[in-house]
Design a protein around this ligand. Sequence first.
Ligand SMILES: Cc1ncc(COP(=O)(O)O)c(C=O)c1O
Length: 383
Amino acid sequence: MSDHTKMIRAGRKHPSMQGAVNPPVHRASTLLFEQAEDLYGTAPDRHYGTQGMVVHDALREAFCQLEQASSVVLTHSGLSACTLPLLAICSAGDHILVSDNIYGPTRKFCDEHLVRFGVKTEYFNPRAGNKIAEQIKPETRAIFMESPGSLTMELTDIPAIVALAKANNIWTLVDNTWAAGWFFKPLLFGVDFSIQAATKYPCGHADVLMGTIATKSAKATKLLKSYDRASGNFVAPDDAWLILRGMRTMGTRLERQQQSSLQVANWLQEHACIAQVLHPALPSHPDHMLWKRDFTGASGLFSLVLQPVCEQKVLAFLNTLQLFGLGFSWGGFESLAIHCDPQTVRTCDSWQAQGPLIRLSIGLEDPDDLIADLEQALKQLDK
Ligand SMILES: Cc1ncc(COP(=O)(O)O)c(C=O)c1O
């Protein structure tokens, strides 16, 4: 079955649904038992609300099918899905390798908080491939990748790094938010933890925060589940219901966002104010061949490098956009734009750009309208 069909059918067979198409929302902390003997027994398998109810099971099943995982942990934000497995894996004295293009708050967590527990983070060039072998130490415990990076769009040779990690008994984690589990399936490439901010494409409507961590091996699952239970992690049933609802249409949205983003990216490539369009599906992207080898498609998030221009003009360009909202996050039905300077946070010297960077998240509007909007706003750069 294709992912489209799987996402329509997942999690819809449970007696408590009583014929309804969608699972019920149980708001529950206490779960009652028939008899005292069951309180500390092994059955039933749900003892307390933190384990989740039918709607959580249904959502976990959908993500298991999407990521081809044996188990999925739901977390209360995409960021917590990045930090939770690191806390599950690392101990004092460990060293971890993190891609220099990693999501900024994950970087902050490593630098300001993991370090307090005696875990040292070292960054690597996301395009270094198996040259990162030089950075591996006897105490290296994990390699955390994000491909493509959500601002600068560099891709990582994940199979090469997984091979290196396996040879050295190191855990691998991938922030898979850009591909949404739809266009790339890290677990099939031997990655141990596939992480997503379900806030983005699975939600699709900019109204829920959630994260997911998918695992396949018994060892990774055991480690993650143990920490998940011990840390008190939980997501609200209403949020789980909304994410599951988003997943029913995620494939259709992604297909349109892929098409529209390519149309917009191709148009921008020809514009005189643009130095470079960073869209992995464009043959001009420096890592296009890696994308072609490992991914089955592209989502709607990409970046552009403007020709060198002063900040005032960049702000005027953004302020003149009518159809692009100015805001963080991405993957929703509405188009968004931000500007940023990745050079200020990177430490590996692995990112240099000719001019300012703009990131666009392409939504479900008509791409011709989006192009017209960009065209009128880009005039601010010529003034
Ligand atoms: C690549 C990436 N990972 C993780 C996150 C965190 O997701 P959330 O906003 O749900 O915490 C984001 C958020 O923008 C992101 O861009």
